[in-house]
Design a protein around this ligand. Structure first.
Ligand SMILES: Nc1ncnc2c1ncn2[C@@H]1O[C@H](COP(=O)(O)OP(=O)(O)OP(=O)(O)O)[C@@H](O)[C@H]1O
Ligand SMILES: [Mg+2]
Length: 278
């Protein structure tokens, strides 16, 4: 397969997983007078990792992605991505950072319905002011890679959910982001389309793409994540990289958010997988 993922070469040259890409330290975020959406959260993600963030509704998963994407700011703590203090960026620097370094895939695709599939995919390159010819070649390459080239001139409304999500992934990859973020990417898809998107994310990771995805879909986490972190009440309750180490878990035997016992029985429940398993 052609490696269309960003940084595939770079990640391999540097030795996969060599560098820290995301560094969150003591991050808290509270909205209005509610409980903290994130509560003193510290998390490091290395280049080449595929991290699945699990946790019940309201546990802070989307808040975490928004902070990494610079779409929101913490009340306390620091958010550093690829050496850049994202929490300190002003609005235009933040937009520039997202265009250059981040691809985002949402549950409901967020495509522009009055642009063709090809123009949706090209949009990030246009916004970044990249040369049109190179961008068009890149868009064509992505559409072919994702198996949707025959829809290039169609409008998103004509496509199935799975196809729309592949267009959204193509758009997210357009500017070769060092980081792909996905918030419930299979949440609105039927079983077959969800399986396609899972396979796609798995392949992208195998090609070297660093991915952080938020999901309720344990099959998605199992099939494409090399690491899983579970949030409960804005804190990390489990981290597979730390052997499910926890500061927030109830004692073993207590029913947890997924109705399972907290500890050793759950160890490896989502499995650590080698990133290159194909
Ligand atoms: N913009 C906002 N304004 C007010 N409260 C917010 C805002 N965004 C998030 N919250 C609150 O912060 C908490 C965490 O929300 P978040 O969206 O991060 O949860 P989540 O884990 O993504 O949940 P879900 O699985 O339902 O998507 C919730 O209590 C939510 O109501
Ligand atoms: Mg959410």
């Amino acid at each position: 397969m052609t490696a269309v993922a960003a940084g595939a070469g770079a990640a391999e040259e540097a030795g996969r997983g060599a560098g820290v890409l995301i560094d969150l330290r003591g991050v808290s975020r509270t909205y209005d007078d509610g409980p903290p959406a994130l509560d003193d959260l510290t998390l490091t993600v290395r280049t080449g990792e595929a991290l699945a963030v699990l946790g019940p509704s309201g546990s802070g998963k989307s808040t975490l992605l928004n902070l990494v994407a610079g779409l929101d700011r913490p009340d306390a703590g620091t958010v550093t991505v690829d050496g850049l203090r994202v929490d300190e960026l002003g609005e235009s620097a933040s937009a520039k950072y997202r265009r250059a370094a981040i691809g985002i895939v949402f549950q409901f695709f967020n495509l522009l319905d009055d642009l063709t599939v090809a123009d949706n995919v090209l949009l990030p390159a246009q916004l970044a002011g990249l040369p049109r010819a190179g961008a068009a070649a890149r868009a064509a390459e992505l559409l072919a890679y994702l198996g949707i080239e025959r829809h290039a001139r169609a409008y998103p409304g004509r496509l199935s959910g799975g196809e729309r999500q592949r267009v959204a992934v193509a758009r997210a990859l357009m500017n070769r982001p060092s980081l792909l973020l996905a918030d419930e990417p299979t949440g609105a898809l039927d079983t077959a389309s969800g399986a396609e998107v899972r396979e796609l994310l798995r392949e992208l990771h195998a090609d070297g793409q660093t991915i952080v995805l938020v999901t309720h879909d344990l099959t998605l986490a199992e099939s494409c994540a090399t690491r899983t972190v579970e949030l409960v009440d804005g804190r990390i309750a489990r981290d597979s990289a730390a052997g499910w180490e926890t500061g927030a878990l109830p004692p073993p035997g207590t029913p947890g958010p997924y109705g399972t016992s907290a500890a050793p029985a759950a160890h490896g429940a989502y499995g650590d997988r080698p990133g290159t398993a194909r």
